[in-house]
Design a protein around this ligand. Structure first.
Ligand SMILES: Nc1ncnc2c1ncn2[C@@H]1O[C@H](COP(=O)(O)OP(=O)(O)OP(=O)(O)O)[C@@H](O)[C@H]1O
Ligand SMILES: [Mg+2]
Length: 259
């Protein structure tokens, strides 16, 4: 594993009017790592990740990708550097089918004109296969799919960009036990393919099942940063409820120790 974090954020601050949503946050993500980001409602989890992808602009602090300071103006900028975020609400078009959603905004075309439907659906099938998820048909309208399958489509769309980093915002909140298992398998499969991931979740069991490290936010501050193998669900829960501000691990401190 490389010692250079793929992503780093330094001293990130963000206000929404009077709300101080993020306070002086340090964050890093190593290549191929799965990081759980936890905290109570309004702790700042989604905001931190949206600052990372350029969906929100930070007030101050630095975002670094591969050690270089970046200034993402929009999620498209971060996508260009290999980052994808799957939002809490999936952000899909219900009245379009699975294939159309996966390639929304970049449908393959014949001669730059007509949509190349066979190519689009073949590629959609290939992405779904890579993910090992089952969506009955790429021709089905997304609004007719269950929540779990809609989520698979959102993930397939993200994966079709061949990202190096994927951020999941509350992916298991509305999933059945089976669908949750499938998602965690998908995350493990992506990790095997070298994709670094952040999972925001209130379900610590999920984070302890697949995560390497867990970071706890409280009222916009870091109150804990632990290796999963060095902590317990109980300790993390205590940090979520009554943690006080502490410094996040630096990439160096977090560097994997020889087993
Ligand atoms: N677009 C926005 N405009 C105004 N305030 C916002 C906006 N986005 C977030 N906030 C505020 O910033 C704070 C952090 O919100 P955020 O959504 O990041 O929390 P969260 O940890 O993701 O919570 P949850 O677990 O409920 O999703 C909250 O006080 C929220 O109201
Ligand atoms: Mg959120």
């Amino acid at each position: 594993m490389s010692a250079l974090p793929i992503i780093e954020m330094r001293k990130i601050d963000k206000h929404f009017g009077a709300v101080h949503a993020l306070r002086n946050i340090d964050f890093h993500l190593m290549p191929g790592e799965i990081l759980g980001l936890v905290g109570d409602n309004s702790a700042g989890k989604s905001t931190l990740m949206k600052v990372l992808t350029g969906a929100y602009q930070r007030d101050s602090g630095d975002v670094l990708v591969d050690g270089k300071i970046t200034h993402f103006r929009s999620p498209q900028d971060s996508r260009d550097l290999g980052m994808e975020m799957i939002y809490q609400d999936f952000a899909l078009c219900g009245n379009m089918d699975v294939g159309q959603n996966i390639f929304l905004g970049r449908w393959p075309r014949h001669f730059g004109l007509f949509v190349n439907r066979p190519k689009m659906y073949a590629e959609a099938n290939a992405v779904l296969k890579r993910l090992k998820v089952d969506v009955n048909s790429v021709f089905q309208k997304v609004e007719s799919l269950s929540g779990g399958r809609q989520q698979s489509v959102a993930i397939a769309r993200a994966i079709s960009f061949n990202p190096r980093v994927v951020i999941f915002d509350e992916p298991t909140a509305n999933l059945s036990v089976m669908a949750t298992e499938r998602l965690l398998e998908t995350m493990t499969e992506l990790k095997r393919q070298g994709v670094a991931q952040v999972i925001i979740s209130h379900r610590l069991t999920d984070i302890f099942a697949v995560g390497d490290r867990v970071m706890v936010l409280k009222r916009g501050q870091v109150v804990g940063d632990r290796y999963v193998r060095h902590t317990t669900e109980r300790e993390v829960l205590e940090l979520i409820v009554s943690g006080t501000a502490e410094t996040a691990l630096t990439a160096e401190q977090a560097a994997p120790k020889a087993a």
